[in-house]
Design a protein around this ligand. Structure first.
Ligand code: GAP
Length: 479
């Protein structure tokens, strides 16, 4: 199935490897004409959930930031993976991944020395040429660059997460909020990680998109007033013992499995959001990070993972209690006061972060919506690249002219659609289905007599005859 999805993705312009004419570079993917529309719609859905429904703001910050930002945040010191190289062929490897694959154990929390010893003790060699592996060392994942020329030159980095750039304007956002908490701020944009061996297609990229929401809250108020709206959602949770339990979010909070209510709220909201994107909710499960694997900035992190038939578990979102780690860190280095006076107290707000990747969920949407019977994507209408295709039944007797009129009328109403008159009508339906277009509108001979068209439904293949005058209302009521 995976290969078939990849074939359609390349052939129909959903996603494909970047820089293909120069042989490609691992970890970079282009979104083609169809994929870019789907990505846009998924980002809009996230905005609907967080800007409209949750009342967050949106900001957009630079992707390049001066070194101070990443010194303060701890990324220069801590944002590294353990790497080794083959002494014979030079192939680089993530040392922990090699061991995990070889010995089927988790390396979370292990030191460089422990990893190195495991490689030596178990005679783990280069999977490519069986050469001996070099000493293990920390490899920082940030891309380094420079800002400015000559004496103005300063070291800078491409951001490995959007979050940090949102924190930098906390003081300003606090003033804009008229000094009230909570404040929720969404940022959607590109992040960059120089991954050691990105061999998993869209799952591990060196340049990828994130949608990260930072909620600044009072340290002792980590509840959410709308928790009731998600408390009945049934979830699968992987416990520390690697056992799967099924419960509701309400029960999970009651039983102290999820200790922070606002984290449980955003887990529930994310499950709904992923369902609305078209991701199979049956394949989602929640997992709390162990103390050893948790990122250096987090006091508690929960992931939602998708069980992919091709890649195994894929982390789609991480929801963390970053406490006052980041704001304190920037206060220390920048000497700018990040404390607020609120409800009679002076404190640094705590950050609850909801960190979505965009590319991984898109892969999971593709895997979930793919239907092998007729080779098509059953995308939900909210994320389809086009809502309609408009076709003349044949290319003669003025049918194309009328079909173009219908197409123009739909364009005027701002529907995303396309016009196609090439090939048999069956082939055109199949092409539209393949990229998930829910409605195919056909102008036939009857249209010339009574100003009606047929609307074919992608999922049922049923055709309904509708008056051209009523087409807009029909499409609006069906979306
Ligand atoms: N600000 C917190 C943060 O960046 P993360 O768990 O490292 O947390 C958040 O990343 C999300 O970004 C992940 O759940 C994943 O969906 C996405 N992501 C992270 N690294 C990625 C990569 N190399 N390629 C594609 N997506 C990635």
């Amino acid at each position: 199935m995976h290969q078939k999805i990849l074939d359609i993705c390349k052939r129909r312009g959903i996603v494909y490897p970047s820089f293909e004419i120069y042989g490609g570079v691992s970890g970079f993917y282009d979104y083609g004409p169809i994929g870019a529309r789907i990505k846009h719609n998924i980002e809009e859905l996230i905005r609907e959930y967080y800007i409209i429904d949750e009342g967050c703001w949106e900001v957009e910050c630079p992707v390049i930031s001066p070194a101070q930002v990443w010194i303060a945040s701890g990324h220069i010191e801590n944002f590294a993976d353990m790497m080794t190289e083959c002494l014979n062929c030079g192939e680089p490897y993530r040392a922990d991944h090699l061991i995990e694959k070889h010995l089927n154990i988790s390396c979370d929390g292990m030191s460089i020395n422990q990893i190195h010893e495991l490689i030596e003790k178990n005679d783990i060699t280069c999977p490519k040429c069986s050469g001996k592996l070099d000493a293990v060392y920390d490899y920082n994942l940030m891309f380094e660059t420079e800002i400015g020329p000559g004496k103005y030159k300063q070291t800078a980095y491409l951001r490995p997460e959007t979050a940090q750039t949102t924190y930098l304007s906390f003081r300003r956002l606090w003033e804009i909020s008229r000094r009230k908490l909570p404040i929720g701020v969404l940022q959607i944009g590109h992040s960059f990680r120089n991954e050691i061996s990105p061999r998993q297609g869209m799952i591990r990229l060196r340049e990828f998109s994130q949608a990260e929401i930072q909620f600044w809250v009072e340290p002792e108020h980590k509840e959410h007033e709308r928790f009731d709206e998600v408390s009945d959602i049934e979830v699968k949770i992987i416990t520390g013992e690697n056992e799967e339990i099924t419960t509701t979010l309400g029960e999970a909070v009651k039983r102290d499995i999820i200790k922070i209510q606002i984290i449980a709220y955003f887990l529930g909201k994310s499950i709904r959001l992923f369902g609305d994107m078209g991701i199979n909710q049956e394949k989602l499960r929640l997992r709390q990070h162990t103390d050893e694997e948790r990122a250096f900035y987090s006091a508690d992190t929960w992931d939602i993972e998708f069980m992919s038939s091709n890649f195994g578990r894929i982390e789609l979102v991480g929801i963390s209690d970053r406490q006052d780690y980041d704001l304190s860190a920037h206060m220390k280095l920048s000497k700018q006061d990040m404390r607020v006076n609120y409800n009679g107290k002076k404190f640094i707000p705590h950050t609850i972060e909801v960190a979505y990747g965009i590319d991984r969920p898109i892969y999971c949407v593709l895997e979930s919506c793919y239907r092998s019977d007729r080779t098509y994507f059953r995308f939900p209408k909210k994320i389809v690249p086009y809502l309609v295709g408009v076709f003349p039944l044949v290319r003669k007797d003025d049918l194309p002219k009328k079909a173009i009129e219908v197409f123009k009328a739909l364009k005027k109403e701002k529907f995303y659609g396309f016009y196609d008159q090439t090939g048999s009508i069956g082939k055109r339906y199949a092409r539209a289905d393949e990229i998930g277009v829910p409605y195919s509108i056909t102008v036939d001979y009857q249209s010339m007599e009574d100003d009606t068209v047929t609307i074919r439904n992608r999922d049922t293949k049923e055709q309904t005859r509708v008056k051209i005058d009523e087409l807009v209302a029909y499409l609006r009521s069906s979306t």
